[in-house]
Write a new protein. Structure first.
Length: 123
């Protein structure tokens, strides 16, 4: 067999041309997700205040998110497990503060995160 009739070997995978993936669907806007995460402590009266920060802690793996998630989880547990007093119940007075405070904290955190991801996508 001469060179013209000899079968050509198959191309190796590393010789294949690089094909860029096509554009995929654009994910939901960050502000939409921020608004949805803010609803968790708002609609649950502060009971689920730990949920958005647990999600952030799992995604970003930052110590401050882990601390916030644990703090909200422990505070919620302590306030609901506190025994009722005969007269003045401090736990009952602190529940609205947990509700309003955790909703505000979640709003600020998720909106700042949405802004930072938007800036990162622009550059």
């Amino acid at each position: 067999m001469n060179e013209r009739t000899a079968p050509r070997p198959a191309a190796a995978p590393w010789d294949a041309p690089i094909v860029q993936p096509a554009e995929t669907a654009v994910p939901a806007r960050p502000r939409t997700w921020a608004a949805l995460w803010t609803l968790a402590p708002l609609l649950s009266l502060g009971i689920l205040s730990w949920a958005p920060f647990t999600y952030l802690a799992l995604r970003r793996r930052r110590a401050r998110d882990i601390v916030a998630a644990l703090a909200y989880a422990m505070t919620t547990t302590v306030l609901f497990m506190a025994p009722p007093d005969d007269g003045d119940n401090t736990a009952t007075a602190l529940l609205p503060l947990l509700w309003i405070g955790s909703t505000a904290h979640t709003s600020v955190t998720t909106l700042l995160l949405a802004r930072s991801t938007r800036k990162a996508r622009r550059s």
